[in-house]
Design a protein around this ligand. Structure first.
Ligand code: IPE
Ligand code: IPE
Ligand code: MG
Length: 247
C-alpha cells in the first residue's frame, strides 16, 4: 500500500532505496578540478535523485553523505563536507518541505557542532508530518557504530529493569536503531564503480538487492535511477523461500 493519500507504486518500484553516493572526487579529478568541486556537483545530483525518486513513487530514499570513516580525510575536505551539509539544509529544506518531503538525519550527532545539530533537529521537526518521500540523510553514520549504540540502549533498559534479556529479539534491536520505523532497504545503489558496502546499513540491507553502477555520483540522473530500478524489477527476491510458482 502507498502512503496515505497516494496510489501504491507498482510492485517493481522499490519502497526503500539506499544510495552510496560515491565517485565525487574522481569525477572532479577527471576534469582537473579540486575534489570539492565534485562534492558540490554531488549536491546537484542529490537534488535530481530526490525529485526522480518522488516521481517514481519511491517512499524512502536513504543517502550516504558522510561516513564515520570519512573523518580520516584531510581536514580541509572534512570541513568542506560539513559545510556542504549546512548549506544543503539552509538552501533546500524549504523546497523539500513544500514538496512534502520528510527529512530524517541518522548517524552520531555528538561529534558535530551544536549549531549544526540544531539545524538538523529543526529540519526534522519542520518536516516531521510530511508524507510524500522520506529522505534519510546518513551523516557521520557508520552501521557498526549504530548497532553498538542500539546494543547500549537495550543494555541500559535491561539495567533499569524495563526490559528482560529474553525480550531482546530482532524486532527490539530494530527499534533501537537510528532507522526505527523505516522499512528495510529494498534496493541499494552504489555509484563510482566500487562494489562494497563501506559500513552502510548492514542490518537494513539484509535482503536488499545490490546494483553497482560505473557512473560517478555527480553524473547520476533520472535515467541512471531508472536503470537501477529496472534491474531491481528483473531480480527474483526469495527471502530464503523458494522460487514463486508460475503454474
Ligand atoms: C563520495 O565521493 C562522497 C563522500 C564519501 C563524502 P568520494 O569523495 O568518496 O569520491 P571518490 O570515491 O574519491 O571518487
Ligand atoms: C562511502 O564512500 C561513504 C560515502 C559515500 C559517504 P567512501 O569513498 O568513503 O568509501 P570507501 O573508502 O571507498 O570504501
Ligand atoms: Mg569514495
Amino acid at each position: 500500500m502507498g502512503r496515505e493519500g497516494q496510489p501504491a507504486a507498482p510492485a517493481s518500484v522499490p519502497r526503500h532505496v539506499g544510495v552510496i553516493m560515491d565517485g565525487n572526487g574522481r569525477w572532479a579529478e577527471a576534469r582537473g578540478l579540486p575534489r570539492s568541486a565534485g562534492h558540490k556537483a554531488g549536491i546537484d545530483a542529490l537534488r535530481r535523485m530526490v525529485r526522480a525518486s518522488a516521481d517514481l513513487g519511491i517512499e524512502y530514499l536513504s543517502v550516504y553523505s558522510f561516513s564515520t570513516e570519512n573523518w580520516r580525510r584531510p581536514r580541509a575536505e572534512v570541513s568542506f563536507l560539513l559545510d556542504l551539509l549546512r548549506r544543503f539544509i539552509r538552501q533546500d529544506v524549504a523546497e523539500l518541505h513544500a514538496a512534502g518531503t520528510r527529512i530524517k538525519i541518522i548517524g552520531a550527532r555528538e561529534d558535530l557542532e551544536p549549531s549544526l545539530v540544531k539545524m538538523l533537529d529543526e529540519a526534522e521537526k519542520l518536516t516531521a508530518e510530511n508524507n510524500k518521500l522520506t529522505l534519510v540523510v546518513a551523516f557521520n553514520y557508520g552501521s557498526k557504530q549504530e548497532l553498538a549504540r542500539a546494543a547500549k540502549k537495550l543494555a541500559t533498559e535491561v539495567a533499569a529493569g524495563k526490559l528482560t534479556p529474553d525480550q531482546i529479539d530482532d524486532a527490539a534491536l530494530e527499534r533501537a536503531l537510528d532507522t526505527d520505523g523505516i522499512p528495510p532497504v529494498d534496493l541499494l545503489i552504489r555509484t563510482g564503480g566500487e562494489q562494497r558496502i563501506s559500513n552502510f546499513m548492514l542490518w537494513q540491507c539484509a535482503y536488499a538487492e545490490f546494483v553497482f553502477l560505473p557512473v560517478f555520483w555527480p553524473d547520476f540522473d533520472g535515467a541512471a535511477l531508472q536503470t537501477a530500478v529496472d534491474e531491481f524489477g528483473a531480480r527474483e527476491r526469495r527471502f530464503g523461500g523458494l522460487k514463486a510458482q508460475t503454474a
